[in-house]
Design a protein around this ligand. Structure first.
Ligand code: FDA
Length: 401
C-alpha cells in the first residue's frame, strides 16, 4: 500500500528552502505538487541557519554576491524575485525581523518562523509533502508517451510531468545532504562543475595551533585577502584554526596550498600610526601602544609572530616601526585545509548552469527536468544570499513547471 499519489503534475525532490518555495508557487498556479524528502523533517538547514535565527535574505543582494562559472546565470531569477519580494512575504506572515549588520536580515525569534511560513504557503497551495521517502530510481517516460518521468521511491511509484531537483549541496551530511542531485543530473547528461566546501573554517597545522593556544575564542576585525577576494569582517581564533565571517567568506576563494593574507588593522595605516605614537609617547613600550588596538593576548601573539621584543618606542628606528606596521598589515599564512563539508555552510560548484535555462531553471538536456537552489553552480556570499538564491531560483521554476 502506498501513501503517495500515483500521478502528479510536479514532483519536487528536496523539502528544503528551494523545494518548499517552488511547491508553493507551482501549487498556487493550480498545478498538483508533491514534495519528497528522505529526511525525517522538512527544512533542516533553515532550522539550523543563522545561529537559529535564519538570515533569510540580504538587503543588498546583487549578482556580484554570487560565485559561478557562469556569473550571468543568476541575474534573471534574482531580478524577477528580489529580496524585497521575500521581505514582503515575511511581513505578510507577521514574522518579526531585524537587520543585524551589512544588510543581513534575521528573524527576531526562531528560524522555525521561516519553515512555518513555507509550510503555510504550501498548505494554501495544496502541495503535498512526504518525508522519510527514499528516491530509488528515475526514468523518463517513453518518447511515445507524454513528457514526464516515473519516480520509484520507498513509498511507491509516482508519474510526474515536471521533475524539480532541489536536493541542495553536500554540506552537513548529518542533516541529510547527499550528492543525489549531481548523480541525477549526470544521468541526464549534465556536466557538473567540481564541488568544494565553502563558507567553512580553516584548519592550521600543529605548529601554528601551538602558537595560538591561548587565543581560541578571541576575535578581531581584519581584512582577509586570497586570490581576487577581499573581506573586511571579524576573524575568530579556534582550537582547530581560524573562523569568523572574514574567514568563512575568504574560504570561498581559497584552494589547497594558497596563502591567505590578513590586514590586522584594516582602515588604518599602521606604520604611520606607530610613527605618530613614537613622536608623542617615546617612553611607552610598543606592546602598551599596540594594546590600544588589540587585547593584550593578541598583542603578545602578534609580537611573537613577527619576532620582536617590546621596547620603549624611542628605541625603534622609523624603519623598524614601518616594518612592524607592514608585517601586521600583511600577516600571511597557508591553511592546512578546511573543516570540509562537515561544517561548511555551502558547496561551491554543482550542476553546470550553461546547460540550464536562466529563466525557468529547466534542463536544456531533458525537457521537464528542473534544478533549483544550491544544487546548481551558484553559491552566495555569507549573509543571507544563499537563501535569496533558493527563493529566487525556486520562484523562477515554480512559475514554469
Ligand atoms: P537544502 O539543503 O535547504 O534542502 C535540500 C533538501 O533535499 C533537504 O531537505 C534534504 O534532506 C533533501 N535531500 C537531499 N538529498 C536527498 C535525497 N537523495 N532524497 C530526498 N531528499 C534529499 N544561508 C543563508 O542565506 N543564510 C543563513 O543564515 C545560512 N545559514 C546556514 C547555516 C548552516 C549551518 C548551513 C549548513 C547553511 C546555511 N546557509 C545559510 C545556507 C543555506 O542553508 C543553503 O544554501 C540553502 O538551504 C539551500 O537551499 P536548498 O533548498 O537548495 O537546499
Amino acid at each position: 500500500m502506498t501513501d503517495l499519489p500515483t500521478q502528479t503534475d510536479v514532483l519536487i525532490i528536496g523539502a528544503g528552502a528551494a523545494g518548499l518555495m517552488c511547491a508553493s508557487v507551482a501549487g498556487k498556479r493550480g498545478r498538483s505538487v508533491l514534495v519528497l524528502d528522505h529526511a525525517n523533517k522538512v527544512g533542516k538547514k533553515i532550522l539550523m541557519s543563522g545561529g537559529g535565527r535564519c538570515n533569510f535574505t540580504n538587503l543588498y543582494t546583487a549578482p556580484d554576491n554570487f560565485y559561478s562559472e557562469n556569473p550571468h546565470f543568476c541575474k534573471s531569477a534574482l531580478a524577477r524575485y528580489t529580496q524585497w519580494d521575500f521581505i514582503a512575504l515575511v511581513e505578510k506572515h507577521g514574522i518579526p525581523y531585524h537587520e543585524k549588520t551589512l544588510g543581513q536580515l534575521f528573524c527576531d525569534n526562531k528560524s522555525r518562523d521561516i519553515v512555518d511560513l513555507l509550510l503555510t504557503e504550501c498548505r494554501e497551495a495544496k502541495a503535498q509533502i512526504r518525508t522519510r521517502c527514499e528516491i530509488q530510481r528515475i526514468e523518463p517516460l517513453d518518447e511515445a508517451q507524454a513528457k514526464g518521468f516515473v519516480v520509484h521511491t520507498s513509498l511507491g511509484k509516482v508519474v510526474c510531468e515536471s521533475l524539480v531537483v532541489a536536493t541542495g549541496g553536500l554540506s552537513i551530511p548529518t542533516m541529510g545532504a547527499t550528492g543525489f542531485g549531481y548523480d541525477l543530473a549526470k544521468q541526464f547528461g549534465h556536466n557538473i562543475i567540481p564541488t568544494r566546501a565553502a563558507l567553512v573554517p580553516f584548519i592550521l597545522n600543529k605548529r601554528a595551533l601551538a602558537r595560538q593556544q591561548e587565543l581560541p575564542g578571541t576575535s578581531l576585525a581584519v581584512n582577509a585577502s586570497c586570490a581576487e577576494g577581499h573581506f573586511h569582517e571579524q576573524m575568530l581564533f579556534t582550537h582547530k584554526g581560524l573562523s569568523g565571517p572574514a574567514v568563512l567568506q575568504i574560504s570561498s576563494h581559497w584552494k589547497e596550498g594558497m596563502p591567505v593574507t590578513f590586514d590586522l588593522a584594516p582602515g588604518l595605516d599602521l606604520s604611520d600610526w606607530l610613527s605618530e605614537q613614537r613622536g608623542n609617547k617615546q617612553e611607552s613600550f610598543l606592546h602598551t601602544v599596540l594594546a590600544e588596538l588589540w587585547s593584550k593576548k593578541l598583542v603578545q601573539f602578534f609580537l611573537q609572530r613577527i619576532g620582536l621584543d617590546s621596547k620603549p618606542l624611542k628605541h625603534y628606528s622609523e624603519q623598524a616601526l614601518k616594518d612592524v606596521g607592514e608585517k601586521l598589515q600583511t600577516w600571511t599564512l597557508t591553511p592546512e585545509g578546511t573543516e570540509g563539508y562537515r561544517t561548511a555552510e555551502v558547496t561551491l560548484g554543482g550542476v553546470d548552469t550553461n546547460e540550464v535555462s536562466s529563466r525557468s531553471m529547466q534542463s536544456m538536456k531533458q525537457p521537464g527536468l528542473y534544478f533549483i537552489g544550491e544544487v546548481l553552480d551558484v553559491t552566495g556570499w555569507l549573509g543571507g544570499f544563499n537563501f535569496q538564491w533558493a527563493w529566487a531560483s525556486a520562484h523562477a521554476a515554480g512559475g514554469e513547471v
